[in-house]
Design a protein around this ligand. Structure first.
Ligand code: PLP
Ligand code: SF4
Length: 467
């Protein structure tokens, strides 16, 4: 039984209640305490590294770890043998490429690696692995289906996704674009999206041929891995297309290798140049990044981002909602506030896409709805992210609350996207292990799958007819 909540006084009485807010508990200001000092020295492999070296992007890139064995070797001595064994097996069965920067590795709390939000994002374990959802498909967002030329997704009326390259400064096990990003794994055959001049020319020609395209997302892969001359070339070529009015370079870099903003002067200069040239033409160029947890924002992040802010480069953030990483009110509020503290605007929080081998990181639509309710109001409106589901099958981003129907038992939510793909419905599936018993039982029986989907679609259609 839910206890009845009191009705707000102001809503029912003529006299407004006048109250001074009580002084805050200092712990509510913890988002300002950015990690500083030489924390990485606690890890045996990095104990001899001074700050100037650790915060040099060349050192970070050179020491970025790409082999599971090397990764586990680096934390031997701080992580338990049982954990190392679990992770070695986790890597063996994971359909992913490994790439982790020393910086990321140093931010993990090796005293409790099972719970650590950064470990959970980058190091798979065998013991926590769950079976994939039966409705999971490769390229679940259908990006290739909406691609008129390889690597250019034109799904929305006025904007397009320009996949410039297929490498990243790190590889995230939960990546939506595992269909293209990173080296081939044994288990998955990838689509080739190399940073080739010929492919870029075809994509640019398409953008120029479509007068409705005003907004271009330059992604990949990750713009962090474009050279300074490539940032200039691509940035300027896009700016030169008259219909292009807005561009965003998308990069996870600020979250995983912020050192680049401090020491890669050439690259930073190139980005600032493109932004300033755009501004002189009345065109908006921004950086979009991808922080998932407040622990990813340290004093070095603030220094790097401060440099962009000072130069008038604005940054927005997109977060992926992940179980055990940022699925609590405390974690989301902290992230939102810390982003604002370093002048990054929280833009989206995404429902986790349906990606192979990451079921333990997904959570329910109900969780996203509840978090949204709590986060909204905790910061300025422009610093409040919108919680969205990128509807599997190519429906595009929908706010989590906007489903036509959501069955909490089967975990099926039904969305429509009238401005993107009118007349179709799009389904998202909650992870099965978080469903009530009745839902888990139905998914255990393959004969029930089509029935559950048909039921949900039917109820959604009924609801739509009656409104
Ligand atoms: C996310 C996305 C965009 C940009 O969408 P916004 O809502 O403007 O951030 C454009 N094209 C594709 C295919 C996308 O997935
Ligand atoms: S950095 Fe972005 S594109 Fe690259 S693996 Fe991570 S989520 Fe995917």
């Amino acid at each position: 039984m839910v206890q009845q909540l009191p009705i707000a006084k102001d809503a029912v009485s003529e006299e407004p209640a006048r109250k001074v807010r009580p002084p805050v508990d200092p712990s509510t200001l913890a988002h300002r305490d950015l990690r500083t000092g030489e924390w990485w020295r606690e890890i045996p492999g990095f104990s001899g590294i001074d700050a100037a070296t650790f915060h040099d992007h060349r050192w970070q890139m050179k020491h970025t770890i790409t082999k599971p064995e090397a990764l586990l070797e680096a934390v031997r001595g701080v992580a338990s043998d049982a954990f190392l064994k679990d992770a070695a097996e986790g890597f063996r069965i994971a359909p992913m490429a490994v790439r982790v920067s020393p910086y990321l590795l140093s931010l993990v709390d090796w005293q409790s690696p099972y719970e650590d939000p950064i470990r959970r994002q980058f190091l798979p374990l065998a013991s926590t692995r769950l079976p994939d959802h039966p409705k999971l498909t490769f390229d679940s967002l259908g990006e290739q289906g909406d691609a008129p030329v390889p690597g250019l997704t034109h799904r929305y009326p006025d904007k397009a996704l320009f996949l410039a390259l297929d490498t990243c400064p790190v590889y995230c096990r939960f990546c939506t674009r595992s269909y293209a990003v990173g080296p081939d794994q044994e288990m998955v055959e990838k689509v080739s999206l190399k940073a080739s001049p010929k492919r870029w020319e075809e994509m640019l020609a398409y953008v120029a041929s479509r007068p409705e395209l005003e907004d271009i997302v330059i992604s990949g892969g990750d713009a962090w891995n474009l050279r300074a001359d490539q940032i200039r070339e691509l940035g300027n070529k896009l700016l030169d297309i008259p219909n292009v009015r807005r561009m965003r370079f998308a990069s996870k870099g600020p979250a995983v290798l912020p050192q680049k903003l401090v020491t890669d002067d050439e690259w930073v200069k190139a980005l600032i140049e493109v932004v300033h040239r755009g501004r002189s033409m009345g065109k908006d160029v921004m950086l979009h990044t991808h922080f998932n947890h407040a622990n990813e924002i340290t004093e070095i992040t603030q220094r790097g981002l401060g440099r962009l802010f000072e130069a008038g480069v604005f940054v927005r953030n997109q977060t992926v909602l992940q179980r055990g990483v940022n699925d609590t009110v405390a974690a989301q509020t902290m992230l939102t506030r810390r982003l604002a503290w370093v002048n990054v605007h929280p833009y989206y929080v995404y429902q986790h896409d349906m990606v192979k081998g990451t079921e333990e990181l997904r959570t329910t639509v109900a969780t996203a709805e509840s978090l949204e309710k709590h986060v909204r109001g905790s910061a300025a409106g422009f610093n409040t992210p919108t919680f969205v589901v990128d509807a599997p099958g190519g429906g595009g981003k929908r706010t989590v609350h906007s489903y036509e129907y959501y069955d909490h038992v089967t975990g099926i939510s039904v969305y429509t996207a009238p401005s993107v793909k009118p007349g179709q419905v799009f389904l998202y599936f909650d992870p099965i292990d978080l469903l009530p018993e009745e839902g888990r039982e139905r998914w255990a029986d393959p004969a029930e799958h089509a029935k559950m989907i048909a039921e949900a679609a039917e109820i959604a259609h009924e609801a739509m007819r009656s409104t």
